[in-house]
Structures are given as structure tokens and as C-alpha cells.
Design a protein around this ligand. Structure first.
Ligand code: S5P
Length: 265
């Protein structure tokens, strides 16, 4: 996108319902922070979700790593989403043929489509994966992000793979509203894909297992992304969850305001 628009302006013009809700929420709450709560106990997940709730637009989960998962966990997450005004993003990274992902999304123990506003998928199987997920998610008002680029060292998500992923998204804009990527992906003024970006940290550059971190400013100002996804930088030290949430929320929002200023908005 060549013409810069604020989150609020984009919300008004967006054709995708999920993108609209997210952009409106970001504008109303003044936050472009998503926290990745990658913990393995139900009580800890809920306690962190409650603590970070006031600071985030999106709470990102990996529900299948929770040892003591039950339906009540989902029920309580939904309550917290209402209490604090955030969307839930189950980072399921679907990666199979359409018919299989349909069941993985709607059925099984987790029934992801019934509670998660947003989910994501790899494009490696081809476009059928989007169709399968759309059959289940679109009637429920859900939105999908495609993994166009990963944050980890040596990721194969580059070049033609990324270009083809964006082309697939273009053909399904009723359901696909953006990407997990490291830079903005719009090519024309008419396009408005959201980019949610993991691999964000203020204190370290990596984790010794391939993760690579950039600062909120590098992600939002230099690369034109929309949402910063922060995991261990926030929940890594249990005594500082709220303090770190405020720190990353402020850094993300300051970066957004700097971008607005650069463009005279
Ligand atoms: O390319 C990616 C895509 C994702 S969704 N790189 C990532 O790190 N993620 C997710 O973002 C990852 O699964 C984890 O939940 C989060 C990053 O966590 P952190 O602790 O490294 O900030």
C-alpha cells in the first residue's frame, strides 16, 4: 500500500469483517501488541491472559501444549476476551489438505473454530487448505492469516513461496485478511492485508533455537507491519508480566505514531 492510512481509517474501509474488528479494536484500545502465551498449564495461561489483557489487541495461544486442557479453559478465555476487549488467535499453523484441515479446525478435542477469532495456515499444500478452512470458518465470522514468512533462521518461506502465498490470499479476501510475515505485503493502493509479526524482542536478538528478534520500531516503522507478537519477552519473567506488557505496548504504539507522523497523518 503506497498511501498510508491509520488503523481507524483502514477499519472504516476494510471489506473483511475480522480485519475490521481487529483494526477498530486497535484504534479504540491504542495497542498493536499481541502476546503469545506459550505456557503448558491452564491456570498459568489464564493468569497471564488476565494480566496482559488490558494491553493487547490479540491474545495468541498454542492450545495443544496445555497439559490440563479442558472446555472450561476455552470458556474462561472467552470470558477474558470480553472482559479485556481482545481477540483470540489460535496459532494452529494448519498444513494439510483441505478435507483434513476442515476436521482439524472444526472437530476433535479443541474445536478451534468455535472459539478462536483468528487462526493461521501454511500455504505449502496449495490453495485447497484455504478452501477447507473457509468452509468451516467463514460462516462463523472467523478470519485466516497465511504464513508468508517465518521469523526463524533458515526458514524456507521466501522468494516465490512468499509471492505465491500472497497471490493465494488475494483470491480469498473474504476469509484471508493478512499474513504472519516480517514486512508489509500490499502491492497496490487497493490492497490492505494486515501483517502480524513474531520475532519481536527488546532485550535479546535470539533464543539459541533459531528464533530471531527485532525491535518493535524495526518491525512497525522500518518494515511497515501492523501488529507485534511478543512471547517470552513478556511472560518470560513471571514477576514482570504486567510491566513488560506495558513496555511493549508503549513501544509498539510509539512506533505506530512515528509512522503516522512520517506520513503526515
Ligand atoms: O514465524 C513465526 C511464526 C510464529 S506464529 N515465528 C514465530 O515465532 N511464531 C510464533 O510466535 C511462535 O510459535 C511463538 O508462539 C511466538 C514467538 O514467541 P517468542 O517467545 O519467541 O516471542
Amino acid at each position: 500500500m503506497n498511501t498510508f492510512k491509520t488503523y481507524g481509517e483502514r477499519a472504516k474501509a476494510h471489506s473483511n469483517a475480522c480485519a475490521r474488528s481487529l483494526l477498530e479494536l486497535m484504534e479504540r484500545k491504542h495497542t498493536n501488541l499481541s502476546v503469545a502465551v506459550d505456557v503448558t498449564k491452564k491456570a498459568e495461561l489464564l493468569s497471564i491472559a488476565d494480566a496482559v489483557g488490558p494491553y493487547v489487541c490479540v491474545l495468541k495461544t498454542h492450545i495443544d501444549i496445555v497439559d490440563d486442557f479442558d472446555q472450561d479453559l476455552v470458556h474462561q478465555l472467552e470470558q477474558l476476551a470480553k472482559k479485556h476487549d481482545f481477540l483470540i488467535f489460535e496459532d494452529r499453523k494448519f498444513a494439510d489438505i483441505g478435507n483434513t484441515v476442515k476436521h482439524q479446525y472444526g472437530n476433535g478435542i479443541y474445536k478451534i473454530a468455535s472459539w478462536s477469532h483468528i487462526t493461521n495456515a501454511h500455504t505449502v499444500p496449495g490453495e485447497g487448505i484455504i478452501q477447507g478452512l473457509k468452509d468451516v470458518g467463514l460462516p462463523l465470522g472467523r478470519g485466516l492469516l497465511l504464513l508468508a514468512e517465518m521469523s526463524s533462521k533458515g526458514a524456507l518461506t521466501k522468494g516465490d513461496y512468499t509471492t505465491e502465498s500472497v497471490a493465494m490470499a488475494r483470491r480469498h479476501q473474504d476469509f484471508v485478511f493478512g499474513f504472519i510475515a516480517q514486512q508489509q505485503m500490499n502491492q497496490t493502493d487497493d490492497e490492505d492485508f494486515l501483517v502480524l509479526t513474531p520475532g519481536v524482542g527488546l532485550d535479546i536478538k535470539g533464543d539459541g533455537m533459531g528464533q530471531q528478534y527485532r525491535t518493535p520500531r524495526e518491525v512497525i516503522v522500518d518494515s511497515g507491519c501492523d501488529v507485534i507478537i511478543v512471547g517470552r519477552g513478556i511472560y518470560g519473567n513471571p514477576d514482570q508480566v504486567q510491566e513488560q506488557s506495558a513496555r511493549y505496548r508503549d513501544a509498539g504504539w510509539a512506533a505506530y505514531l512515528e509512522r503516522c507522523q512520517q506520513h503526515g497523518s
